[in-house]
Design a protein around this ligand. Structure first.
Ligand SMILES: *[C@@H]1O[C@H](CO)[C@@H](O)[C@H](O)[C@H]1NC(C)=O
Ligand SMILES: *[C@@H]1O[C@H](CO)[C@@H](O)[C@H](O)[C@H]1NC(C)=O
Length: 342
């Protein structure tokens, strides 16, 4: 908590008299006690985070008062009640609904000095309309590590308890893809790999969709999972890596940001990076020629780490309160587009 301008000692010097200081000290103590019967300082009131539009949903989930407590964040109230605009401590705007025009910024009703957060977990390739959003937002919530509120898709945490057994493997490589377009780098790479490597493709694009709870057990039977991001951008590592591969118990073959970015999140030998190979054919030969002892190294992390997935928007929004005391006051993203595309 900031003490600027509040403290009796500072005012003492300004007044230059002991009497003045004593009087102010007394008033200050009385002010502190005013709402705290029995002399116990009152707990700070909860922060109110207004979510202007729930991401990708017309109907927000239930947001009981203890929502953030479940994520280990105290004194944080999430609400979608727009009547709170005048009083909310922070207002969050998820980009997709601004992009489609489904939600509009209440610029005329914005209380002076109210911090606004721009939130998105999509990559710049799937984000339009940022130019007109310059000069509005104070903080960014995204997967970018330099976000004010950094919310990765997943994280490795120390494992408590015994390691889970490794799923039995019967095949080499799988890939789940719903949006398959020839101009995507991941599709081009798949086309180059396919003649040299048996890749079983699932998902809407292949006509072999997997039900929600079938995906992990299915891909777990493979040595490798093609964790190919739909577009390649700074820090853009999604649930394809965290959930479909690491959490499933298979080894990700990654196409995304450079190897150094992945190494900031996971052990260097927990994944195969496509950039480690000169050609797709070399990559295919490496994967197809894997032997058991070498393969075990890729999964050694499972003895000491576990995957924690962050997929829930409630948890992401609660993170605003956790970061709030340290968020830079007075900051404005004048060129949000330039920042996001960098
Ligand atoms: C929204 O907040 C206003 C002001 O606090 C309150 O009067 C109203 O009942 C709330 N609406 C809902 C749906 O909770
Ligand atoms: C497994 O592959 C590695 C690397 O190619 C090699 O050094 C090692 O000798 C192989 N082990 C066996 C048991 O074939």
């Amino acid at each position: 908590m900031s003490n600027d301008g509040c403290c009796p000692t500072q005012r003492h010097r300004a007044l230059g008299t002991l009497a003045g200081a004593a009087l102010l000290s007394t008033l200050w103590v009385l002010w502190q006690l005013r709402s705290a019967p029995g002399g116990v300082p009152a707990a700070p009131p909860p922060l109110t985070v207004l979510i202007w539009h729930w991401p990708f949903a017309d109907q927000p989930p239930e947001l009981p008062g203890n929502t953030c407590v479940r994520y280990g964040v105290a004194r944080c109230r999430l609400s979608t009640n727009r009547s709170l605009l005048a009083s909310a401590d922070v207002v969050v705007f998820h980009h997709r609904e601004l992009q489609t025009g489904w939600a509009r910024l209440p610029l005329a009703e914005r209380p002076p000095g109210q911090p606004w957060v721009w939130a998105s977990m999509e990559s710049p390739s799937h984000t339009r309309g940022l130019r007109r959003l310059g000069g509005i937002f104070n903080w960014v919530l995204s997967y970018r590590r330099d976000s004010d509120i950094f919310v990765p898709y997943g994280r490795l945490e120390p494992l408590e308890g015994p390691a889970r057994p490794l799923p039995a493997k019967s095949r080499v490589a799988s890939w789940v893809v719903s949006n398959f377009q020839e101009r995507q780098r991941r599709v081009q790479l798949y086309r180059q790999l396919a003649p040299h490597l048996q890749v079983d493709v699932f998902g809407r694009a292949s006509g072999r969709p997997l039900c929600a709870h079938c995906l992990l057990p299915t891909v777990a039977r493979y040595l490798f999972y093609l964790a190919f991001e739909n577009s390649q951008h700074r820090d853009y590592i999604t649930e394809k890596f965290w959930r479909n591969a690491l959490a499933a118990g298979t080894v990700p073959v990654v196409l995304g940001p450079p190897r150094a970015t992945y190494e900031a999140f996971a052990p260097a030998d927990a994944f195969v990076h496509v950039d480690d190979f000169g050609t797709a054919q070399e990559l295919a030969a490496f994967l197809a020629g894997m032997n058991a002892s070498r393969y075990r190294h890729y999964l050694a992390w499972r003895d000491r780490l576990r995957v924690r997935l962050f997929g829930d928007w409630r948890e992401r929004f609660c993170a605003i309160c956790a970061h709030y005391p340290r968020l830079p006051r007075g900051q404005v993203y004048q060129d949000l587009e330039g920042w996001f595309q960098a």
